[in-house]
Ligand binder design. Structure first.
Ligand code: TRP
Length: 473
């Protein structure tokens, strides 16, 4: 009897069999949907701009290969082996009373925390989409574009409305199930996302800014790179691949043992990176043509880009495509965040999926209210750059929004990633680990390299991120 069959027959919860993806492609689309989000389209281009492109991009690619991908393989393997959501997976693999389940609890908590503010930000992308479609940004002076954003976000009602609508969309999709909800919508939204990016890159390739942008992103220069920039690349490789809080673990738990985890991880990591680089190649050419600075910081996408679009022929339409793209990317990421919490209550309490999705969605909506209100009142007093800086940058504990992001990005995710790596590399028995890695894999040769990276390089990397968060460097 295979491992999965034995698991299913002896320990499947009474309320039914675990759902599975219909195949490898479904998993790749859903996991890529989780990975590709605001991190790729908003944050990566702006940190690339601030760090001067060139070597920063190369270092980022090394971080993805050496630190993030090994963790992704480990996380998905835990889920696939246990066929459980994070907490129950650690209980199953480490023992019912083992402290390792703390890594799972940390992940479930992080899902609530992250989604509560991610949804507020995602709400803005919906609102921008609507603004771009209804009135466009063309013909506005740069100062007017900036003021427009400031004025929009001073309104708590607008923030709450879009946050609520976005949570409603997320809940509706997750409530429909792994197969008819998450998978089905990933199959629709991911190709749509890819087409929109492709169209925007092609549009940018037709401008005079394309070659300077290529040179900026891929050229051999590192004059603006600092040690802090290196750590930023490392931290980002983690966030962008949705690692460290059980999202990949949960999606992995819907895989069958015969599905190749290494090949799928490489596909997800590759697609995520491709989309980040494409995001640069759709944004920088337009920024250069408009004569704006690539190192504008967090406001690059929200202020510089609408200004730049405003100067292109047909810019209103392109701006609309861009913001719909952002909203779609955020939606598929939010789905994965909600799925972690829903899956947890299914496995742990035996709740029905519908009840879990609606109940948890409502709680997260309420948790997001302070973020929506602080977004409206304090953060957006016209100072848009400062407001967006708190989204994923180091927060300073000024309000719920800052605090939630700061805790999640700088502490919970790295800690969770460290726990996952240490568990698989040091705690899980060698035989179980090797068996899990080899099952269904065409990449048996990578086994020892992967173990070595997980044992030494990953913990060192995560430690560096912690020391950075503590202000040591
Ligand atoms: N990866 C997403 C992005 O780049 C964000 C995200 C979704 C995430 N799910 C996650 C980050 C889980 C960490 C953990 O925007």
């Amino acid at each position: 009897m295979t491992r999965t069959a034995r698991v299913a027959s002896t320990t499947a919860p009474a309320h039914g069999r675990r759902e599975h993806w219909s195949g490898r492609l479904a998993f790749i689309l859903a996991a890529t949907g989780s990975a590709v989000g605001l991190g790729n389209i908003w944050k990566f281009p702006y940190i690339t701009g601030v760090n001067g492109g060139g070597w920063f991009v190369l270092i980022y690619l090394i971080c993805v290969l050496a630190v993030a991908l090994p963790i992704m393989v480990a996380e998905i393997l835990i889920g696939r082996s246990a066929q459980r959501s994070p907490v129950m997976a650690f209980r199953k693999l480490a023992g019912a009373r083992s402290p390792w389940q703390g890594v799972g609890w940390l992940g479930v908590t992080a899902a609530f925390v992250i989604l509560s503010y991610y949804s507020v930000v995602a709400g803005w992308t919906l609102h921008y989409s609507w603004l771009a479609l209804s009135q466009g940004f063309a013909g506005l002076h740069p100062a007017e574009v900036e003021a427009l954003f400031g004025q929009v976000y001073q309104d708590p009602g607008i923030n709450l409305f879009w946050h609520g609508l976005f949570m409603l969309l997320t809940v509706t999709i997750v409530a429909a199930g792994v197969h008819s909800g998450v998978e089905r919508w990933s199959r629709i939204l991911m190709p749509l996302l890819f087409l929109m990016i492709l169209a925007l890159v092609l549009r940018a390739a037709g401008t005079d800014g394309f070659w300077p942008a290529l040179e900026f992103v891929f050229g051999a220069h590192g004059d603006r790179l600092t040690p802090a920039g290196v750590l930023e690349a490392l931290g980002h490789s983690f966030f962008t691949l949705s690692l460290g809080m059980g999202a990949m673990l949960t999606y992995g738990s819907y895989l069958r043992t015969r599905d190749d985890v290494v090949a799928t991880s490489l596909a997800v990591g590759g697609l995520d990176t491709l989309i980040s680089l494409m995001a640069c190649m759709m944004i920088f050419p337009i920024i250069f043509v408009a004569g704006l600075a690539p190192g504008a910081g967090p406001g690059l996408v929200f202020v510089s880009l609408p200004i730049a679009f405003g100067q292109l022929p047909g810019g209103a339409l392109w701006a609309a495509v861009f913001f719909v793209l952002l909203a779609v990317a955020a939606l598929t990421s939010a789905i994965s965040l909600l799925e972690v919490a829903v899956s947890h209550f299914l496995d742990w309490r035996g709740w029905s999926r519908r009840r879990a999705a609606i109940g948890i969605g409502a709680v997260i909506f309420v948790l997001g209210i302070p973020a929506a209100l602080s977004g409206g009142t304090r953060l957006f007093g016209g100072d848009f750059a400062a407001a967006t800086a708190v989204l994923f940058g180091a927060g300073h504990g000024k309000n719920w929004f800052d605090l939630a992001d700061y805790l999640a990005s700088n502490w919970m995710l790295p800690l969770g990633g460290l726990g996952i790596a240490v568990f698989v590399a040091w705690r899980m028995g060698g035989q179980a680990r090797e068996q899990a890695f080899m099952a269904g894999s065409r990449f048996a040769r990578l086994y020892w390299g992967w173990v070595w990276l997980l044992r030494y390089i990953v913990p060192l990397g995560v430690l560096a991120v912690f020391l950075h968060a503590l202000g040591v460097f």
